[in-house]
Design a protein around this ligand. Structure first.
Ligand code: HEM
Length: 438
């Protein structure tokens, strides 16, 4: 028995030596030693972005990958759908949804501080913003505000199951032979949910095809694109690219402000000085509010919603800082680590929006990716997050639910959200009356 054990140990060590040696000879980038057969699959369950620095290339090395040599794993032609003109034309939807949020928050907080669960409200807001742009319909929030209760329920259930499945680490993606067994039942559930999802989208597309007023709407534009590509893929990309990321940015921004009352005060002062207390902030005020932008950038630096961006694949053999990256390698860029690198940022882990007073600092951010596959939703995301956060700070006094600082632990998921949903105390300022009734 002990002889057999010795043989196994020798084989394992031998294999490891061969792999390491071939890695060295081929000058592959450094990384954790792979195990025989399963490679580094055992590490995949961890939140990759905060895993050991051994798994991360040093900061500048990820850059040369972007512009020419890699392509992202999804490729919808979204840029024309999210043009500046189109984003501007949907400001009415963003304004209406944000005012609905203010109205909900003000309901119990007109006369005293009220404790509110914020995360779900931000989620409703961003889903409605995007779904109203795409389809003209509201699917989240109070059901009394909806004309399509059943359709909205089915949509919410489908999306939440889809998100759950996206968060599962499917071993079959890395070891294809496991797909034959489908131990986690993932393939079957994915097929089922995709069918349900397509049925909903087909209905939306059909309704909009027969409606003559959609020429100037996003769905109208998407329908034209459908001739060239699959519109359902585009809608899917917008839903899953745009919602969690915007919700996350809002909740991390407000969390940071609650933990840094001096920053909150400075931001409130900026808004009161530039906009005043007699009227509500609107999107055209945003260029006058540079500190608001810096608060959001600093939040995106420390809590990038897509911590490892989207996996890229090298489309040809390339060399990065002397290391060879073979063609068809999945390249994961650890934006989270790059944005907390003490060699690149002073006082890297502290929340300091003032760091962006220095010209050029903003260019070091990778929260939206870089190059030709960077996020096409960046202008829209910055516009809507800035507007909502600005209006929340203008309309309410805010404080934490207790003296203790908020727990900023991150959720171990594909997007970086708070582990503990955000709760806060808010009290409406008199300005809230200008929202009107809903
Ligand atoms: C604060 C909010 C957002 C953040 C931080 C964010 C971040 C990112 C990042 C890091 C990528 C991958 C870039 C890369 O791999 O190089 C990405 C891709 C993408 N984002 Fe965003 N995003 C946000 C909002 C949005 C919105 C609002 C939309 C659309 C409505 C959107 C749609 C997309 C799409 C479609 C892609 C894939 C682009 C491609 O593969 O060419 N994102 N985003």
């Amino acid at each position: 028995m002990s002889g057999l054990l010795l043989v196994v140990v020798v084989i394992v060590l031998g294999l490891k030596w061969v792999v390491l040696r071939s890695r060295k000879l081929r000058k592959l980038p450094p990384g954790p030693s792979p195990l025989p057969i399963i490679g580094n699959l055992n590490l995949i369950e961890q939140p990759i972005h905060s895993a050991s620095p051994n798994t991360t290339l040093p900061w500048p090395t990820a850059y040369p990958l972007y512009p020419e040599n890699t392509s992202s794993t999804i490729t919808p032609p979204l840029v024309p759908v999210l043009s500046t003109h189109r984003i501007h034309s949907f400001s009415g939807i963003r304004c209406d949804e944000t005012k609905r949020l203010i109205h909900r928050l003000a309901h119990n907080s007109r006369h005293h501080f009220a404790r509110m669960e914020i995360t779900s409200m931000f989620n409703d807001l961003t889903y409605n913003n995007i779904m109203r742009m795409i389809s003209g319909k509201r699917f989240y929030g109070e059901e009394t505000d909806m004309s399509n209760i059943e359709e909205a329920r089915e949509f919410r259930e489908t999306v939440s199951e889809m998100l759950q499945l996206m968060g599962l680490a499917n071993k079959g993606d890395h070891l294809p032979f496991l797909r034959w067994f489908d131990f986690q039942n993932v393939e079957k559930r994915l097929k089922n949910i995709s069918n349900r999802y397509d049925t909903i989208l087909n209905k939306i597309i059909h309704e909009n095809r027969t409606n003559k007023d959609t020429d100037n709407s996003m769905i109208g534009h998407l329908l034209k694109l459908l001739i060239k590509s699959d519109g359902r893929l585009i809608v899917r990309a917008m839903l899953f690219g745009g919602i969690d990321s915007s919700t996350g940015t809002l909740e991390w921004s407000l969390s940071n402000l609650l933990n840094h009352p001096e920053v909150l005060k400075k931001l409130r002062d900026e808004i009161d000085t530039q906009v005043g207390e007699d009227r509500l902030l609107n999107e055209s005020d945003l260029p006058k509010l540079p500190y608001l932008r810096k608060v959001i950038l600093e939040t995106l630096r420390l809590y990038p919603p897509a911590p490892v961006l989207i996996p890229h694949v090298s489309s040809e053999d390339i060399t990065i800082e002397g290391f060879n990256v073979p063609r068809d390698t999945v390249v994961i860029i650890n934006g989270w680590a790059m944005q907390r690198d003490p060699q690149v940022w002073t006082d890297a882990t502290s929340f300091k929006p003032e760091r962006f007073d220095v010209e050029g600092e903003e260019k070091k951010l990778v929260a939206f990716g870089m190059g030709r596959r960077a996020c096409p939703g960046e202008p829209m995301a910055m516009q809507s997050v800035s507007f909502t956060l600005g209006l929340l700070i203008q309309c309410f006094d805010w404080k934490r639910v207790s003296e203790e600082k908020l727990d900023m632990t991150e959720n171990n998921w594909i997007t970086l959200s708070r582990l503990i949903p955000l709760e806060a105390m808010c009290k409406a300022r008199p300005l809230v009356d200008k929202i009107g009734s809903y």
